[in-house]
Design a protein around this ligand. Structure first.
Ligand code: DX5
Ligand code: ZN
Length: 223
């Protein structure tokens, strides 16, 4: 049995004190650090990229989980791997089935872990071409683009569906990550459905006591 891991999204961190925020989540027991890369095309927002990842990687021992919300992942993957990504997360919607296979192969050949993400309305069958070899699948529980949105009800059913498809494909070790609106109330729902890694933006960084909030979300999910 593996405890649920928390992946705080630094999109909600204090950019003027990012180093302190990273040290705080590390000390509080975060599993991953989640880096939301948005290009202003695949999603309306424009956030962070390679230069930030490079400095972050040098400053932390946390697993750097890079969520690519961009139109051209095949071009950008090598850049993020060079910058220190441990886990590269590509969106199925940004790629054809053949390109998705190619992206996962490219990530694995570089020695990194590969994840594929689904927007809330994308059929889970979009992961079929790679579900037998993914290290992680990401079920979005909000429309990607912004932190601080509300969890879309029913996302936990999609988690269970992805878990069933991975099992059917013989991929017993694949992790399932959930991203969007996860906090004390929603964490137990998605964990019960089979989620292993919970991304938390606002629920951690906007809390009065972020370290306590991280540990509380983990504790309520871990039952
Ligand atoms: C949304 C991003 C999320 C987001 C999570 O597009 O992928 O990682 O920052 O933030 P919260 O937990 O506040 O929904
Ligand atoms: Zn994300």
């Amino acid at each position: 049995y593996q405890p649920v891991r928390i992946a705080p999204s630094i999109l909600s961190a204090d950019f003027m004190n990012l180093g302190a925020d990273i040290a705080m989540i590390e000390a509080a027991g975060a599993g991953f650090v989640h880096i939301d890369v948005m290009d202003g095309h695949f999603v309306p927002n424009l956030t962070m990229g390679v230069p930030l990842l490079k400095q972050l990687k040098a400053a932390t021992s946390l697993v750097c989980d890079v969520h690519l919300m961009i139109d051209n992942p095949l071009t950008e993957i090598p850049w993020f791997i060079d910058a220190g990504a441990d886990l590269v997360n590509v969106h199925a919607e940004a790629l054809t089935a053949d390109e998705l296979v190619c992206a996962v192969a490219m990530i694995h050949e570089a020695g990194c872990k590969a994840a594929a993400a689904l927007k809330p309305k994308t059929p889970v069958s979009a992961l079929d071409p790679v579900i037998d070899r993914l290290d992680m699948a990401l079920v979005m529980s909000v429309e990607p683009g912004f932190s601080g949105q509300s969890y879309i009800a029913g996302s936990d059913r999609r988690v269970a569906e992805v878990a069933a498809r991975a099992r059917a494909a013989g991929n017993e070790s694949m992790l399932i990550q959930v991203d969007g609106g996860i906090g004390e109330v929603t964490a137990p729902l998605v964990a019960a459905a089979g989620a292993d890694v919970l991304v938390c933006g606002n629920a951690v960084f906007k809390a009065a006591d972020p370290a306590l909030a991280l540990q509380t979300v983990q504790a309520v999910a871990d039952v």
